[in-house]
Design a protein around this ligand. Structure first.
Ligand code: NAG
Ligand code: NAG
Length: 511
């Protein structure tokens, strides 16, 4: 109860957005936490002042060898940082360039901005709109296109024009002119559109992404781009993306590279997740993960996020299914685990899942958590079966740590009191950061730690400050899932290189 009230309070201060690219059926959710900009002197504001010079070259910082020090030449795009939760920069479309603020999103692959021909969506009137008639380089295409997101959608048609990114001008770039932006998602957004940096495989209409055109037109010497996201929200520089290189000023040591396993998102294999130095065993055999600049938090499967949030004292929701399972089937599940029954089959054996482990037979009492799970994730699995499988994971992990049966049942019952709401945010005590454990993710055999100050997001200052866990629960069903989404909570502490040429992703400590 208190939890939900707090969540509502947090929502009042922070807008939570879940954007789901349509190209993947079960969708990935990206979250953006936004707040009114504090920076009244921003160049974003200056473009509204009617200053034409500012309008054509907003926010786009100079590039070239000098500003990059000893690096390869690269095209730098400065980013604005809102509350460490959303980073965006400006691009130009057309000749002369019309300015748009966009999210540079490695989790999708299309470019879209609102169209001047968008008449019936209020969102369009609150943002910059592309006027084809005012561009000498506009070329008509007209093919209809639509992108469905978790909390909204856009629809429109393709057009072609020059797109200015930093100092580069990408010619004949196909993009979507959005003529419909229903719902509130984009109504309240601080950005006008989205520039996708994912692979063409997930591009709606198979449109060639901006990044591909940049390479095709020989605008970058090296087929890589890199992200630096400043986690000091008050600094003037919010972050930067460099197309064609990386800036050694913004990382220390060498990058650890991991191959891209599936082209679509920037997907790779991740290993074990450790809490306070202790293996959770959860991804020991490998989990799929993506590096996603369009997601604010770090999303993972509910079972493990529940354990992490429990360890950091994050608030959650009581699940009656979970408590019922522990009290009625807990001992039986433990006995089966001790008898070394295949964990996958245990929930079927106690009668909570059907034999294939995908559909349950028991109705059980439904809780808020599960209703939300269905709504937001579109999953239709039985809650009792789901929770049973999580309980098995939790118990297995505790058994491997040689915990006594009583301790295990007690621990699992505690977890039942703190289930995270799917894609929700969980409050944590701002005063307890000192006692929270590091959370480590194994990538290419190396451990990447997140410290409490890195994974807790602070909203507000002083006594009014509220803190939320940077971990959020999301269950993506097989075959695509389970999938971890390493959003800004991870890409902030770790400078990230998207190496298209060598089909790999690199992480190094950010500086
Ligand atoms: C229109 O754009 C789409 C997506 O980029 C492309 O596949 C199609 O070939 C284009 N059609 C024309 C007539 O240019
Ligand atoms: C648990 O006990 C087994 C057998 O006594 C031992 O080999 C193992 O190292 C112990 N594991 C832990 C995590 O303490």
């Amino acid at each position: 109860m208190g939890t939900r009230r707090l969540a509502v309070a947090l929502l009042a201060a922070v807008l939570l957005q879940a954007l789901l690219p349509a190209s993947d059926a079960e969708g990935l959710v990206r979250i953006a936490l936004k707040k009114r900009p504090i920076d009244h002197n921003s160049r974003v504001a200056s473009r509204l002042s009617g200053d034409d010079a500012a309008a054509t070259r907003p926010l786009l910082r100079g590039s070239g060898a000098s500003s990059l020090g000893s690096t390869d030449e690269g095209d730098i795009v400065g980013l604005k940082n809102y509350m460490n939760a959303q980073y965006f920069g400006e691009i130009g479309i057309g000749t002369p360039a019309q300015t748009f603020t966009v999210i540079f999103d490695t989790g999708s692959s299309n470019l879209w901005v609102p169209s001047a021909k968008c008449y019936f969506s209020i969102a369009c009137y609150l943002h910059s709109r592309y006027k084809a008639g005012q561009s000498s380089t506009y070329k008509k295409n007209g093919t209809a296109a639509a992108i469905q997101y978790g909390t909204g959608s856009i629809a429109g048609y393709f057009s072609e024009d020059s797109v200015t990114v930093g100092d580069l001008v990408v010619k004949n770039q196909g993009f979507i002119e959005a003529t419909k932006e229903p719902g509130v998602t984009f109504l309240v957004a601080k950005f006008d559109g989205i520039l996708g940096l994912g692979f063409q495989e997930i591009s709606v209409g198979k449109a060639v992404p901006v990044w591909y055109k940049m390479m095709e037109q020989g605008l970058v010497s090296d087929p890589v781009f890199s992200f630096w996201l400043n986690r000091h929200a008050d600094d003037e520089e919010g972050g930067e993306i460099i197309f064609g290189g990386m800036d050694p000023k913004h990382y220390v040591g060498e990058h650890t590279y991991v191959p891209v396993t599936q082209k679509g998102y920037w997907q790779f294999d991740m290993g074990d997740v450790l809490v306070g130095g202790q293996s959770t065993g959860f991804c020991a055999k490998g989990c799929a993960a993506i590096a996603d600049s369009g997601t604010s938090l770090l999303a993972g499967p509910t079972a493990i996020i529940t354990e992490i949030n429990q360890k950091i004292g994050a608030a959650g929701v009581v699940s009656q299914e979970c408590k019922t399972i522990v009290s009625q089937y807990g001992q039986q599940i433990l006995d089966l685990l001790l008898a070394e029954t295949q964990p996958k089959k245990i929930c079927a054996q106690v009668g909570l899942c059907t034999f294939d482990g995908t559909r349950g037979v028991s109705a059980g009492i439904r809780s808020v958590v599960d209703d939300e799970a269905e709504n937001s994730n579109g999953l239709r699995t039985d809650p009792m079966c789901n929770v049973c499988e999580m309980a098995v994971v939790w118990m297995q992990n505790q058994l491997s740590q040689n915990k006594t049966q009583d301790l295990i049942l007690d621990y699992v019952d505690q977890l039942c009191n703190r289930l995270p709401s799917p894609m929700g945010e969980s409050a944590v005590d701002c005063g307890s950061l000192g006692s929270m454990p590091d959370i480590e993710f194994t990538i290419a055999g190396k451990k990447f730690a997140l410290k409490p100050a890195e994974y807790v997001l602070k909203v507000g200052e002083g006594a009014a400050a509220q803190c939320i866990s940077g971990f959020t629960a999301m269950d993506i069903p097989p075959p695509r899932g389970p999938l971890w989404i390493l959003g800004d909570v991870f890409m902030g502490p770790y400078h990230t290189v998207f190496d298209y040429g060598k089909s790999r992703i690199g992480f190094a400590k950010a500086a």
